[in-house]
Design a protein around this ligand. Structure first.
Ligand code: SAM
Length: 227
């Protein structure tokens, strides 16, 4: 299932996590936060906000309907956000309303060809790597590397089956049958913090924090491109 073909089709309805920074989560966000075991508001404050200056050039993979994108745009009034998704996110994010501060690239692969070399100050994804198998995670972290400026940070949520085992599959909303199935048959392929660290370091990323520890079900890795 989580082959690129499945991913390209699955989220065409526009995945929406709601307003991720509001003090009181809506119903959808509350249910997602219960499954993931963490607060999106806290994730935004700890994983994104510290890396945004008002003129930052930001890259987001897999914005879906743009729950995180809108809050990022609010913090970069003279910067720019570029999103990369298999879906046409412009139908939900309406880049024409942002005076050139938002570009939504619809892509068909993990090449990041649409992004300029060494142009990005911060790279973010939520709910994306967890659906990509390790081959594709490696492709994403490899091909995005040259797009970041030296010293720039990159932060990603990812699946960690060890944490999921501790947290509980039912509680985490992941079907327990997946344990007996191959990665290409499921939408939550095997991954772990140790594997993410291995993949990232082998590409040349500096691992600032292997897991920021804000989510009880999943990992959040913070990387930096060495200077
Ligand atoms: C579960 S949704 C998450 C949306 C949003 N980030 C959120 O948290 O609300 C995953 C999104 O990532 C996109 N996606 C998944 N893997 C991708 C990849 N390798 N390249 C581009 N887009 C991808 C999907 O098309 C979908 O829009």
């Amino acid at each position: 299932m989580p082959t690129l073909n499945w991913l390209k089709k699955e989220f065409d309805y526009g995945y929406d996590s709601g307003n991720v920074v509001s003090r009181f989560p809506n119903k959808v966000r509350r249910s997602e936060e219960n499954r993931i075991g963490g607060s999106y508001r806290q994730v935004f404050r700890r994983c994104i906000k510290p890396f945004l200056t008002s003129d930052a050039q930001v890259l987001e993979l897999g914005p879906g309907k743009g729950a995180w994108s809108r809050s990022i745009l609010n913090l970069i009034p003279s910067g720019k956000l570029q999103t990369v998704d298999f879906q046409d996110a412009s139908q939900w994010l309406a880049p024409e309303q942002y005076d050139g501060r938002l570009s939504c690239h619809q892509v068909t692969d993990n090449s990041f060809d649409c992004i300029g070399a060494e142009s990005i100050d911060f790279f973010w994804s939520m709910g994306v790597l967890c659906h990509n198998n390790q081959t594709h995670v490696r492709e994403i972290l490899t091909n995005s590397f040259s797009k970041l400026r030296p010293g720039a940070h990159s932060c990603h949520q990812f699946a960690d089956w060890k944490k999921l085992n501790r947290y509980g599959w039912r509680r985490g909303g992941v079907p327990i049958e997946f344990q007996q199935m191959e990665d290409d048959e499921i939408w939550w392929p095997r991954n772990s913090t140790a594997d993410m660290v291995d993949i990232a370091t082998s590409i040349g990323w500096e691992v600032v924090q292997r897991d920021l520890g804000l989510l009880r079900r999943d990992g959040l890795i913070l990387l930096r491109k060495p200077i």
